[in-house]
Design a binder for this molecule. Structure first.
Ligand SMILES: *Cc1c(COP(=O)(O)O)cnc(C)c1O
Length: 411
């Protein structure tokens, strides 16, 4: 393969270790989370914001992110699994909370007991009602309609009868239809026409529900890209995940252009630095060889830490320069070619220097989007797959100074 060139000006390293120093960590900036919530809330207003914290808040840590999002103005939380929602309740979080992806093995009784709202696409209704009977407490249900995504949600054909059955159970005091929702398929590609089709189908489904006497507290359709690009999809509530973490859902637009701040920085320190001759092979397969006498830096993160094995060429920032990873990414480690530093002759060693895989992109630093490009995936996957081997460290846990709740990005 051809490797991207290193970019940036080399600065003397190692720098003084930062206060949060760990061998390796994912630093989560909770002020960035709060900023992004305020930004998205301003865009969505008057619709409310549901902070989607499934998959451990896309790898950022569900409990701290949920708390920060609620503090900054989110009024709902969303997860895929009931088990994820139960973990938030166990941490003492009492905000309205919806879980939408179930199996016949899901614990509906525990959800009802914990006051967790349950998404219902059809088959779940019977189980939800059984759980409500067992708990002697009405279930809170959001009926889901499939407007075109083809995943869960009732088909438009089945919608009428699902709504009718749910209303029968509501009349019996076994549940309350709190919400009606659907999910969009192509909102990240605003030029595509299918979002209009899905919106029209959603409006039809709402009309059917209204005719059946449903009076939901919240109708919701928009994810992050629709929140940012389609005000006509906002209804009463928007469900935002990616934007909460400061990442852009759009190919041609950066976080900064959207007024968002990436919240996760993945960093470590260089664990070995040595001069090698021309033609030195690097890592399993020896797919890379140094073009001349050079210096290699060893980065102690690999695919067990969630760095995609396929992402050779992804950037690592050391001493103000973004170096592409050369050779294969291994389980625990990967290598950058620093060019000839002549460490053995007293040149600047980078042993112990901070190495950043991605962060907020300030100052030309690498981003989750750079790694997504190197791995042929999206930024969602890059942050979400950072593994539990990388400890999460939180900064700015308490709000420092009040920022006006406007939608304007900060300078
Ligand atoms: C994950 C998810 C979201 C959040 O999507 P983003 O694009 O990350 O904002 C919203 N709704 C549902 C049903 C989801 O599964």
């Amino acid at each position: 393969m051809t490797y991207p060139a290193a970019t940036g000006d080399f600065r003397p390293v190692p720098q003084a270790p930062p206060a949060y120093a760990d061998e390796r960590s994912a630093i989560i900036d909770l002020e960035a989370i709060r900023h992004n919530v305020r930004r998205l809330a301003a865009v969505a207003s008057p619709a409310q914001v549901m902070a989607v914290v499934k998959a451990d808040a896309y790898g950022h840590g569900a409990v701290p992110v949920a708390r920060a999002a609620l503090a900054a103005g989110a009024s709902w939380l969303g997860t895929a699994h009931i088990s994820e929602a139960l973990a938030l309740r166990a941490a003492g979080i009492e905000a309205p909370l919806l879980a939408w992806l179930h199996t016949p093995e899901s614990n509906f009784a525990a959800a009802v007991a914990a006051g967790i709202d349950i998404g219902c696409s059809g088959w779940e209704l019977e189980r939800i009602v059984a759980a409500a009977r067992e708990q002697e407490r009405p279930a809170r249900v959001h009926l889901k309609v499939d407007t075109g995504l083809g995943r869960n949600g009732a088909t438009l054909e089945a919608w009428d009868s699902l709504v009718g059955e749910a209303m029968d159970f509501q009349d019996q005091g076994l549940l309350r239809v709190v919400g009606i929702f659907s999910h969009l398929a192509v909102a990240d590609e605003p030029e595509r026409p299918e979002t209009d089709d899905q919106l029209a189908a959603f409006r039809d489904a709402l009309a059917v529900a209204q005719d059946a006497g449903v009076d939901p507290e919240v109708r919701h359709l928009a994810n992050t890209p629709a929140t940012l690009s389609r005000p006509d999809t906002h209804f009463d509530l928007v469900r935002v995940g990616l934007g909460l973490y400061g990442l852009s859902p759009f190919d041609g637009q950066s976080s900064e252009e959207l007024g968002l701040r990436p919240a996760m920085t993945v960093r470590t320190v260089v664990s070995h630095c040595k001069d090698v001759p021309a033609g030195q092979g690097v890592s399993y397969g020896l797919n890379y060889r140094t073009g001349g006498p050079s210096t290699l830096g060893l980065i102690p993160l690999g695919y067990a830490d969630g760095v995609p094995r396929i992402a050779t060429g992804g950037p690592v920032r050391v001493g103000g320069v973004n170096y592409p990873v050369v050779g294969r990414i291994a389980m625990d480690q990967m290598v950058i070619d620093l060019g000839p530093l002549n460490v053995s002759a007293g040149g600047p060693s980078v042993l112990g220097a901070e190495a950043v895989l991605f962060g907020n992109g300030d100052d030309g630093g690498p981003t989750a989007e750079d790694w997504a490009r190197a791995a042929g995936t999206n930024n969602y996957e890059i942050v979400t797959r950072i593994s539990p081997r990388v400890p999460r460290r939180y900064i700015n846990e308490e709000p420092v100074n009040e920022e006006p709740a406007s939608g304007e990005p900060r300078p």
